[in-house]
Design a protein around this ligand. Sequence first.
Ligand code: SAM
Length: 350
Amino acid sequence: MGYISKMMLPPTPSAADLLRTYKLPALRRFAQNFLLDPRATSKFVACTGNIENKFVIEVGPGPGGITRQLFEHGAAQVAAIEKDIRLFPALQTLSNAVDSRLRLYLGDILDFDIESVIPDDITGQHGSWESDESSSTSPIHLVGNLPFNIAIPLLIRWLKQVSTRSGPFSFGYRIPITICMQEAVAGRIVSDALMGQRGRLSIIFQNWFDCHVKHVFSGRAFVPAVNVNVAVIQLIPLKRPLVEVNYDLLDKVTRAAFRLRNKKIGNTLASLFHEETRDEDTRELLHRAHLKSDTMCLTLTVEEFGHLAQIYGDIISRPRPIHEQLDQKMNTKELTFELGETYIRPESIK
Ligand code: SAM
């Protein structure tokens, strides 16, 4: 990609004008609440950090209010993935104004392989994930004011990819992610130990990302307005996770721990194990993690949860004297039962 300095776009209709010209009412079906005021879209883009000469992937551009600001802040190219085909003529007007540096893709971001839109000259460079500057020098940024109901599923998809350095994170760059979501949900992601919003999302995201709320919009900033405050949250992959652990294990342990938020950890974690070995497995888990069974889950650090997940993985993957546990089951009609993560079929046992 060639060097592009910050630019004013040639006279182009605003996002609000485009909605009027193309007669595009916001559709509830696509959870459309647009940011149209240039001060608001500029504020959002300022939250992304330095995007000069970067390749930006935008999720759900709508009529292009944020997209336009990305170019005004110096983005070299933008790939925009939008599900609502009605918006493409309006977005094409913007693409024409930036000499086709805006590439448009029709699709559902939840099953779209975004790595396929990254140009070869970027994927071929191979960044160094471990180097200090990697996130600020990442040539790729992920951004979007997207529907609230897809923000968490999408972030979890990207989190899993960060944890395995796959998908768009396979090219060696710690790609910053800047998106909008309800302020309350963002609060759960960034919450520290002992804070009321602390929960599963805090642990899983903070293990792999540096997480910051960069700005909070009033719901009135959107068209149509939404009835909650909306946060712009930025997640930057850490050079190394706080604890090297498999995502599914950490997810499972944190789900169990926070199912009953104000309970003691000994009670909530017991549900991770099969009833026949529950007491001894829970005792071993807590003993090896140096935790007391009456510890409240809200007080645990991300590292402590990471260690719990590592030990849990160790316990459930250990060969076990399964005849002790199967004797009872084999006398019943039950064909399968769950032993930790492993499903054991009686027919496979001689
Ligand atoms: N970013 C624009 C703005 O700020 O004005 C639009 C915001 S609106 C909240 C969300 C946008 O995402 C809409 O344009 C909607 O059509 C699009 N969208 C909804 N679900 C989507 C999905 N699964 N994949 C891609 N785009 C989606």
